[in-house]
Ligand binder design. Structure first.
Ligand SMILES: Cc1cc2nc3c(=O)[nH]c(=O)nc-3n(C[C@H](O)[C@H](O)[C@H](O)COP(=O)(O)OP(=O)(O)OC[C@H]3O[C@@H](n4cnc5c(N)ncnc54)[C@H](O)[C@@H]3O)c2cc1C
Length: 379
């Protein structure tokens, strides 16, 4: 194996890096993926809701909307072809009372503008037939939403990348990027590589990787926003049949605490949304289970704290600072778009910043865009 020259080095072995490796390995020789941890997918890519989103929420024309809608289809096709456990469950977004109807209709309009198909409004009777224990006035049904075993998806992308000749290296933290005239020197725990092109897909740490090369793109700081989950640990888990969401929070921080029946039959409650200081802080200051129970009861009356058990946490890679903080940001406001572009000063380097939800769903579509950017960089 030629360790010191590569056509492309991808930094980060989450779902996005691995989907990119799969796409690039079919076009170029000597594609390397360097992952800091000793296993792939230990970051957000295995610490999420595992939902194949439809594309309801994102502003029409945004990368999030485009990649989510296309990624939805690509993900189902890939999962079916490669034996990744998944199910097309559909999902319900529930309005609690008539005062929420305009918001639900607005969501339906937005989703239609994004090209989401098969949307339907359900009245209370139909909602109760579908989800007998859910409290609500009306619901928007999104039939193309589904669930997937996210870690298995990452492994499948990586396996195919390797089958196509890509080199997937773990325990290979990148600590330096030095630009030269024809290549970038990538310094990593697995050795040094001269790369004609570098893809920065380091998730929460992509701003720090951008800073390694002295890029102005590093001004797009990534703010860690943690989401904690609980699981319904009692027989009441049978009260939830599929995916049930409230209307999204107006602050754009999260989709609201929702109910997700996973591929394994467990029911997740969450995630919460809370800015944290440390990108590795998965534990400190979790919301009490009582608070989860209170939020859950808005959708599922009768749930008590004793029905819930704490489950995993994940950290979102947000481009928007904590509201009211003094930090300045290029794209203030609730929903910031994905940033996927070649570095204006170092065109051999492609950055992916702010790849929060729907990043799992979008990975295969993002990989198509990155493949075109790499083709331009390599000439
Ligand atoms: C709570 C939560 C729920 C979510 N739910 C959903 C959902 O239901 N559906 C959906 O579509 N999306 C969801 N998302 C979003 C989705 O999980 C992410 O967008 C996606 O996993 C991002 O993938 P990634 O590869 O960019 O990042 P990551 O998975 O974080 O991977 C980045 C990798 O880069 C590595 N790395 C960092 N620095 C370096 C370095 N210097 N050198 C080498 N490697 C490095 C890290 O170790 C890590 O493995 C959710 C996210 C969260 C946090």
């Amino acid at each position: 194996m030629n360790m010191d020259r590569a056509s492309v080095v991808i930094v980060g072995g989450g779902v996005v890096g691995c989907a990119i490796a799969r796409a690039l390995a079919s076009r170029w020789n000597d594609v390397f993926l360097l992952e800091a941890q000793n296993k792939l997918a230990l970051g957000a890519s295995s610490r999420n809701s595992g939902v194949i989103h439809a594309g309801l929420y994102y502003p029409p024309g945004s990368l999030k909307a485009r990649h989510c809608v296309r990624g939805n289809r690509l993900t189902y096709e890939f999962a079916a072809a490669h034996g990744v456990p998944h199910r097309n469950t559909g999902k319900l977004v529930v309005a609690s009372g008539p005062e929420e109807t305009p918001q639900l209709e607005e969501l339906m309009k937005n989703a239609s503008a994004n090209g989401v198909e098969g949307l339907r409004m359900l009245d209370r009777a139909e909602l109760r037939r579908r989800e007998p224990h859910i409290e609500g006035f009306q619901a928007l049904e999104s039939p193309s939403t589904g669930i997937i075993a996210s870690e298995e998806l990452v492994k499948a992308y990586a396996r195919i990348a390797a089958d196509r000749g890509g080199h997937i290296l773990t325990s290979a933290r990148v600590s330096g990027l030095e630009p030269g005239p024809d290549a970038v020197r990538v310094i990593s725990a697995a050795g040094e590589i001269e790369a004609r092109c570098v893809v920065n897909s380091a998730g929460l740490f992509a701003d720090e990787v951008a800073a390694m090369i002295g890029s102005k793109m590093a001004r797009h700081r990534i703010y860690p926003v943690r989401g904690d989950y609980c699981e319904i640990a009692s027989a009441k888990r049978e009260w939830v049949r599929g995916l049930v969401y409230p209307l999204p929070h107006a602050d754009g921080l999260s989709l609201g605490v929702h109910l997700t029946r996973t591929i394994w039959g467990s029911v997740l409650v969450g995630p919460t949304a809370r800015y944290v200081e440390d990108k590795n802080d998965y534990e400190r200051g979790r919301e009490p289970v009582e608070e989860f129970a209170r939020k859950t009861r808005l959708l599922l009356p009768g749930i008590e704290a004793s029905d819930l058990a704490p489950a995993h946490s994940g950290i979102r890679a947000k481009l928007t600072p904590r509201p009211g903080s003094s930090a300045t940001q290029a794209s203030p406001g609730g929903i910031a778009d994905f940033i996927i572009q070649s570095d204006p000063e170092f065109p051999r380097v492609i950055h992916l910043l702010g790849i929060e939800s729907p990043g799992l769903t979008s990975a295969a579509a993002i990989a198509e865009q990155v493949s075109e950017l790499v083709a331009l960089a390599l000439g």
